[in-house]
Ligand binder design. Structure first.
Ligand code: CO
Length: 134
């Protein structure tokens, strides 16, 4: 598994519109894309900080995993996404062989045109970990 860099940090928020003034007016970042990801029951908003992106995640349904995260007191950084250079599918197989618990058995479509898969935080020091490739 070859990780080249952090692709993005996922940040859970109850409302993208409510935090927009902080990110845009205070930090001076620009939301360049907003996209609903139906199968994850989230609306996303992306900003670039150099090569790394911030991905705001707003739940679109009470049974969204992001809503559950917020309801359980989770705030701020929700997941770390690594950019994989040699294939997410192969990396999943590799992690599986190392005994890492997988949330996704195969890559699926994510926001911003990425192929993604998640590793379970129980196997990753408590950090929900996303593997992604373009
Ligand atoms: Co993500």
């Amino acid at each position: 598994m070859k990780i080249s860099r952090i692709e993005h940090l996922g940040i859970a928020v109850q409302s993208i519109d409510a935090v927009r003034p902080y990110f845009e007016d205070v930090l001076g970042l620009k939301i360049y894309k907003e996209e609903v990801v139906e199968d994850q029951k989230v609306k996303t908003a992306f900003m670039k900080v150099g090569e790394v992106k911030l991905e705001l995640l707003e739940p679109t349904s009470p049974d969204s995993t992001v809503q559950k995260y917020l309801d359980n007191g989770g705030r701020g950084i929700h997941h770390v996404a690594f950019k994989i250079e040699d294939g997410v599918a192969d990396s999943l197989a590799y992690c599986d062989s190392k005994g890492i618990r997988l949330i996704d058995k195969a890559p699926r479509g994510g926001a911003d045109g990425l192929h993604i898969a998640f590793l379970h935080p129980k196997s990753t020091c408590g950090i929900l970990t996303e593997l992604c490739e373009e």
